[in-house]
Design a protein around this ligand. Structure first.
Ligand SMILES: Nc1ncnc2c1ncn2[C@@H]1O[C@H](COP(=O)(O)OP(=O)(O)OP(=O)(O)O)[C@@H](O)[C@H]1O
Length: 316
């Protein structure tokens, strides 16, 4: 598999405040993958993607897109990469339709085709009834969807999406993930996704990079990261109020028990142990005062919390 982006020893020091936002970051984005960049607030994620878009210049190090330096070929970056930024949007004074249409034209698409594609994307993102409203006069979530329509129009081969589902309701979030997944699987679109929404991201991502305090902590496939953290399954039990201490004493006979809430306990078990533990639980439901139990595999959120999810130290 060939690389789309190559990031080499990138360091970014913001002159104002002398803040080291990225510290010697190196990795590659492979063609056709969905790579998620995770990390706490202030970790340096947006700074990194701004540099990948040539909107900010690395203090040292280099970034190439299709083997070309992004700073020297910034126009090509704008043409090949659909960038969805977190900040308020430069197209605020345009209507929703104009914003999508003009973006398509900027990508070199003919007038007639741009109009056709604009219609398709407005419908896909359920913006048809808002198409003649100015971007600055629609809701925050609607603005995000309009921004996504502009990013998607013309199917750029690379997408960089910085928190694409912020402010969206659950149904719209689902719609956005479905579109990202579809573009990746059907068109082979390469996607770099910055998000805090770890549980939702897990549905679509192939690899994960965790950044904290400007440093790349780890980059690997979701499966490898889960194995690295703790491959055991969790058996989570919900108990009647006040039953936790009694249940804990019983469960300790069969393995390690941890409290995860006032009336909730969990046991960690290997795939070979879990059958025995579940059999014991089902045979002792009344004694345990257990109202429900589930078996939960390790999640990307577990990985994130273990490997990088702590709060960035702002004192550096
Ligand atoms: N324009 C700027 N000038 C000075 N410092 C900045 C600037 N932009 C970001 N920073 C600082 O650089 C560090 C990294 O910020 P960045 O926005 O890249 O983090 P992030 O991981 O995207 O955070 P969030 O998840 O909150 O969006 C932070 O300490 C931030 O305060």
């Amino acid at each position: 598999m060939s690389s789309v982006y190559e990031i080499r020893n990138v360091r970014k020091v913001y002159k104002k405040g002398k803040r080291l936002a990225n510290d010697d970051i190196s990795f590659e984005v492979e063609e056709g993958e969905i790579l998620s960049v995770l990390g706490p607030n202030g970790a340096g994620k947006s700074t990194l993607v701004k540099q990948m878009m040539a909107h900010a210049k690395p203090t040292s190090g280099s970034i190439t897109l299709f083997q070309r330096d992004v700073i020297r070929h910034s126009r090509e970056v704008a043409r090949h990469v659909g960038y969805y930024a977190q900040e308020a949007w430069a197209l605020a004074n345009l209507t929703v339709r104009e914003a999508v249409l003009y973006t398509a034209r900027l990508r070199g698409i003919s007038r007639q085709e741009a109009e056709r594609l604009t219609g398709i994307w407005l419908e896909r993102l359920e913006l048809g009834s808002l198409s003649d409203r100015m971007i600055k006069r629609i809701s925050g979530g609607q603005r995000r969807l309009a921004g996504l329509a502009a990013v998607m129009v013309g199917d750029p081969p690379v997408l960089i999406l910085d928190e694409p589902t912020n402010e969206l309701d659950p149904i719209k979030r689902r719609l956005v993930w479905d579109i990202v997944h579809e573009k990746n699987r059907e068109n082979g679109t390469t996607v770099l996704l910055v998000t805090h929404n770890v549980l939702e991201a897990e549905q679509v991502v192939d690899r994960v990079a965790i950044i904290n305090q400007g440093k790349l902590q780890v980059i690997d496939s979701v499966a490898n990261l889960k194995n690295r953290v703790d491959p055991r399954l969790k058996v989570e039990l919900t108990l009647e109020t006040g039953a936790r201490a009694g249940a804990e004493a019983i469960l300790q006979q069969w393995g390690d028990v941890q409290a995860i809430g006032d009336n909730r306990l969990q046991m960690l078990a290997s795939r070979t142990e879990v059958g025995h533990i579940v059999t014991q639980i089902t045979e002792h439901l009344d004694e345990l005062a257990c109202t429900a139990y589930t078996i939960v595999p390790p999640s990307l959120e577990d990985v994130y919390l273990k490997l990088g999810g702590h709060v960035a130290d702002e004192s550096n």
